[in-house]
Design a protein around this ligand. Structure first.
Ligand code: URA
Length: 279
């Protein structure tokens, strides 16, 4: 099974919206509004000049209306989008990527007093986990205070792909992989087509990589058990196109603007990582 190798955790400061005297209050009613290219550049879309090109090409909207060069927007109150994908401009939003270790619960507080994922990331501002990994499951988990992104990523309608590496007992028969790909009957219904392949096969244990678009409770463990492959260890390696093999178990880092955009894009069906399952 692939090991997630150590890396120190680094906390980048939350995005800020420092006012530039040249942009602030240029006209009556412009308080808090800034040139759109400046907002986009701060959000990671390249230089202001590059952002002007995006605006001129008609790829930028403000509250759903196409923007033109010279427009201003209030990054805290208006919604900007590039190619239909929301741009994160609001201040105070934080996005952490945690490599969840085993034996940690994916909740804000646990009545049984077990360690929780929120205790592993900064406490202020308060964040919540996006989706859920089982107590024993390891791997990538996003924590944020952005409710919009959390809703998009977890809503079954959006079918965000999640990839897992499962260490299973025994050898893997081709029929088991075919069944995982085609869908297996579980007590809460048949699973949707998935991507599955054998990473390593041995007489005592094997490793399978599985990409699912659903988020049912203990789904991967139940799918593998249903095809006769009890899971010994489960690691989530990808969330959409998001991946980090260098984050040590228990470590976290701040997601960069382009990674947050990619998460929005995959949830909205406009970005990479949204590929349909293939055999
Ligand atoms: N599937 C599982 O079985 N467990 C998880 O934690 C995530 C997906």
């Amino acid at each position: 099974m692939t090991a997630l190798t150590p890396r120190s955790s680094t906390a980048n400061p939350a995005p800020t919206t420092t006012a530039d005297p040249a942009d602030a209050a240029a006209r009556p009613g412009d308080e808090g509004r800034e040139r759109i290219q400046k907002v986009l550049a701060r959000a990671g879309f390249g230089s202001r000049r590059a952002c002007e090109v995006l605006i001129a090409a008609g790829r930028v909207t403000v509250d759903g209306a196409p923007a033109v060069l010279g427009d201003r927007a209030n990054p805290d109150h208006q919604r900007l989008a590039v190619d239909g994908v929301p741009v994160i401009t609001r201040s105070g939003l934080v996005y952490y990527l945690l490599n969840k270790p085993p034996r940690v619960v994916t909740t804000a507080s646990d009545p049984e007093g077990r360690p929780t994922v929120v205790e592993l990331v900064p406490q202020d501002p308060r964040v919540f986990p996006v989706g859920r990994l089982d107590y024993e499951t390891e791997g990538l988990l996003v924590l944020t205070n952005d409710g919009d992104l959390a809703e998009l990523l977890t809503h079954p309608r959006h079918g965000v792909p999640k990839t897992y590496l499962a260490e299973v007992a025994g050898p893997v028969e081709p029929g088991a992989i075919r069944a995982l790909r085609d869908g297996v009957e579980l007590e809460d219904g048949r699973t949707a087509p998935a991507r599955a392949h054998v990473v390593q096969s041995g007489a005592d244990r094997s490793a399978i990589e599985l990409t699912i678009h659903e988020g049912r409770n203990r789904q991967v463990r139940r799918m593998c058990a249903a095809v006769g492959l009890p899971v010994r260890r489960l690691v989530r390696t990808h969330l959409g196109a998001l991946h980090d093999s260098r984050l040590a178990p228990g470590a976290w880092r701040t997601l960069g603007p382009s990674e947050v955009r990619a998460l929005y894009a995959v949830a909205l069906g406009t970005g990479p990582g949204r590929a349909e399952p293939s055999h």
